[in-house]
Design a protein around this ligand. Structure first.
Ligand SMILES: Cc1ncc(COP(=O)(O)O)c(C=O)c1O
Length: 443
């Protein structure tokens, strides 16, 4: 059995209390020259990882239900992805896709166009190094194409941390604090978080008031003329904001507004894309086709790659108007092509099947727990909302102590975003620990 298989099949194994002595010492020693802006949510020193399992410096093996923040879609170090990277690294590492041709670039763009929502196969693609760069590209193209400068974004949304994308981000004030002034012309409105409606209505009798009143009546009536709006940018399923799935009607209304006023509809699928929701794109669940899509995270299993897709009719910028030195470099593209093979070869389906099972197990095991307000989500994008941030924080930390890695999101939620390779047995093991920790915390 290969080292990969041996670790990938290993159950949670704790040899020391977490963190162990080697990790503690190395982490303390290493902090001095790292940017203090890094969060380091757990004192975990990862030595290696395979599939859904992560081994720390002390030989403890943990079950990863966060996948490097929803990124190692094919599992850690999938042999096919690792082989593609190794082979490409011996052939061509860099030449610059903005200025030169190489086969993988076009192949990836063609495949993404074929896979994109709507089945039109008329998309053009700009490759980036990250999600935030994809969002910046979408902001620039929207302004360029429409000759307008205003952008509508949503409270609770997360789009990155560079100056343009962080202006759109509105999940937590800490992302903006101290960095202003930001991009002008960005207007935030309410997202359709129906189980905790920001304007105290209930779906469906509200008739999507967050759009009809929030955007059409209030924003367009008082603040900004729709013919000066370049784009409406949103996550079709909110990620960092709490794993919130809106009703189809919300996205459809936004589509209608965009069509009526010549506004571009931009879906940021950096977190929800690449099979995580059990379909290739979250948009595919709703039957709403955007004009631009931003992808990153799971697209290359953890190699730094992002993509901004636009329908051909909107990709009107000319040569030299936008570019990147390393965006879409050959090694990341090799990882992406291998990742797409695996996603289309069964992992998207696995995300749907195991995601459904995992969510049902969690919902069932926590139905009487007074600290859990909601279990929600789609595919392997599962969110659990608690009664307080303090409780969510305590539960996440206790899970880590027991060998289960999860991440917080929203104001008081925890997200489950494991690799799409997770098996039912691993999902059951994660659910057992999570339910036990919640039930101990709230008896
Ligand atoms: C929806 C969404 N958009 C954009 C980003 C930014 O991506 P990156 O961190 O790769 O810049 C993230 C990152 O979490 C995200 O979740």
């Amino acid at each position: 059995m290969s080292d990969y298989e041996a670790l990938a099949r290993q159950p949670i194994t704790l040899k020391t209390p977490l963190p162990g002595p080697i990790a503690q010492e190395a982490i303390a020693r290493g902090l001095g020259h790292q940017s203090p802006s890094l969060i380091h949510c757990y004192p975990l020193l990862v030595k290696r990882a395979a599939g859904c399992m992560v081994e720390d410096a002390d030989g403890n093996v943990l079950l990863d239900c966060q996948a490097g923040v929803a990124t190692t879609s094919t599992g850690h170090c999938h042999p096919a992805v690792a082989a593609a990277i190794a082979q490409q690294a011996q052939t061509l590492i860099h030449i610059c896709g903005t200025d030169f041709h190489y086969p993988g670039y076009a192949e990836l763009c063609n495949r993404l166009s074929r896979m994109a929502p709507g089945g039109t196969d008329d998309w053009q693609v700009f490759l980036t190094n990250s999600g935030t760069e994809g969002v910046e590209a979408a902001i620039k193209l929207s302004r360029y194409h429409t000759h307008r400068h205003n952008i509508i974004a949503f409270r609770g949304g997360f789009h990155g941390r560079s100056m343009g994308s962080v202006t759109l981000t509105a999940s937590k004030p800490k992302y903006k604090k101290g960095f202003g002034p930001l991009l002008p012309g960005v207007h935030h409105v309410d997202y359709a978080h129906c189980s905790d409606c920001p304007i105290n209505r209930s779906f469906p009798s509200c008739d999507i008031a967050c759009v009809t009143e929030g955007i059409e009546r209030n924003l367009f009536g008082h603040t900004v003329s729709p013919d000066e709006v370049a784009a409406i940018v949103l996550e079709p399923v909110q990620g960092e904001g709490g794993y919130i799935v809106p009703p189809r009607e919300f996205l459809q209304r936004l589509r209608d507004i965009c069509d009526k006023h010549g506004i571009l509809l931009v879906f940021d699928e950096v977190q929800s894309g690449m099979g995580r929701t059990g379909k290739m794109f979250a948009a595919d669940h709703f039957g709403v086709v955007p004009d631009l899509i931003v992808l990153a995270k799971g697209i290359a299993s953890g190699m730094p790659l992002g993509a901004m897709l636009a329908r051909k009719k909107f990709m009107t910028w000319g040569a030299g108007s936008h570019g990147s030195t390393t965006g879409g470099n050959p090694v990341c593209i090799a990882a992406a092509l291998a990742t797409l093979d695996l996603l289309e070869g069964g992992l998207v389906q696995n995300a749907a099947t195991v995601g459904e099972h995992f969510k049902a197990r969690l919902a069932n095991g926590l139905k009487d727990n007074k600290g859990v307000l909601e279990v929600r989500g789609v595919g392997l994008m599962i969110g659990l909302e608690f009664t307080s941030h303090e409780l969510a924080d305590r539960i996440a930390n206790t899970c880590y102590q027991r060998g289960l890695l999860v991440l917080e999101c929203g104001k008081k939620s925890i997200r489950m975003s494991p690799p799409l390779t997770i098996t039912k047995e691993q999902a059951d093991a994660a659910a057992d620990i999570f339910i036990a920790v919640c039930n101990e915390a709230v008896a």
